[in-house]
Design a protein around this ligand. Sequence first.
Ligand code: PNS
Length: 162
Amino acid sequence: MATALCPGSFDPVTLGHLDIIERTARHFDEVIVAVIRNPQKAESLFTLEERQDMLREVTAHLSNVTIEFFKGLLVDFAKEQDAQAIVKGLRAVSDFDYELQMAQMNQQLSGIDTFFISTSPTYSFLSSSLVREVARFGGDVSPMVPPVVAKRLADRFHGGAR
Ligand code: PNS
């Protein structure tokens, strides 16, 4: 039985993430969306529980996908979960340097391989940080995130006024 991890901060989950999760779920028996507890990035917009709730809702149609938290090294979590692979989306060449470095480090640390899926061109410009910024200043994020996420962003920034 092959299990894959789709790791990330998911602050919040975007349609780009969902595309990668859905495509990973077609190739592996089980997929664990691994939400990092303490992202190295600046303060998160959504709490862990909020990020998990949104992920649960938007992956509800995928019976082989579960959502878990992890802290510390991703490869330790992969071993704990008996996962054989890490799957990441690559949006553009600019992602490649850092992703390759992480994949090689993770391989060196644990022998776990990373598989890359090319992001659908529709979502190649998308990132959670840009979505947060657009939503913060009142832009329309509905083509970029699932409706439940758009609603949470509107509630967070504009008290549900849009
Ligand atoms: O969505 P993000 O913020 O790009 O996800 C980055 C993430 C969580 C996948 C990455 O930071 C990670 O794997 N962190 C766990 C710590 C770790 O294992 N570091 C060594 C990686 S080489």
